[in-house]
Ligand binder design. Sequence first.
Ligand code: TYM
Length: 327
Amino acid sequence: MRVLSGIQPTGQLHIGNYLGAIQQWVDLQTKHDCFFAVVDLHALTVQQDPKEFGRATMEKVIELISAGLDPEKCTIFLQSHVKEHAELAWIFNTITPVSELERMTQYKDKSKKNKENINAGLLTYPILQAADILLYQAQGVPIGKDQIQHLELTRTIARKFNNLYGNTFVEPEALVLPEGAKIMSLVEPKKKMSKSDGAASYVSLFEEPESIRKKFMRATTDAGKEITYNPAKKPGVSNLLVMYSLFAEQSIKDTEKQFQGKGYAALKKEEAELLIDKLEPFRKKKKELQSRDLYLKEVLKRGAEKAHSVASQTMEAVRSKLGLLSL
Ligand code: TYM
């Protein structure tokens, strides 16, 4: 199976990204032909400081490798290194109704949050995402729940192009985990954990131990004192239970049993210690990679070459289907 997924370069890589997406990527890389992109062009829908942007992009590459991606087992690349992404996005622009884009939840949320910069890229963002996926003829796309709507639109675009110009694209499937696909904010557990909310709402994958302890101790919990899984009535505790179970690799039922008769404080305390322990290797690996500039450049160079060899083939087929002349 061909697999593709992507992540934005800006903001912290948090445990929501990890449990919903990256952990799947690490698992899939040993079984499938995987492509993972740091989507730097997507991040430009928010104005970036050019000096900081390059650093953040490289840091995301470091973080993905630290979290378990192995450049020997999968293809890691920057979206902007493969020009076909922007080219195919333009073509898809011409077959996607504006009304479909205006329906996207993420567009509605983001334009509400950034009233002063509702640029066209914010609206056409999912078209570029469709190009990311369809260029590689990916069958599987490992993502968290918040990206399902974009994947559905990708499928619609693939179908529409195939109907208009003849069979060209594979219709990809979303690979969404039963647990972990939507990790909630530590502060407002009815909202998803997001890098764009305050730092208290998420735990970074590379967070220092003292800060992890503080964030868990201050996490919002619910009325009562029973530690039971009930997302509607106990969103805070349920979110803590989900994260604990995933990091401890045990069922939610077993986690409930483990904390039976104990209070919220015990759960928070033990959860913080569990995470400190589990995240330690990631922190270590990140420090080690930070000084390996040449190696990282080499990884990206190889990644871009491999990605380009696939993307250019698809693009050639698309050009020919559309009647765009070659030289
Ligand atoms: P991004 O960078 O916001 O997030 C990267 C991945 O993390 C998942 N995720 C979560 N999973 C569980 N709980 C959460 N609280 C949580 N927050 C984020 C996301 O679902 C995602 O899988 N548009 C995409 C990037 C993208 C992409 C692509 C993804 C661009 N092109 C092609 C797949 C295929 C985004 O902004 O993800």
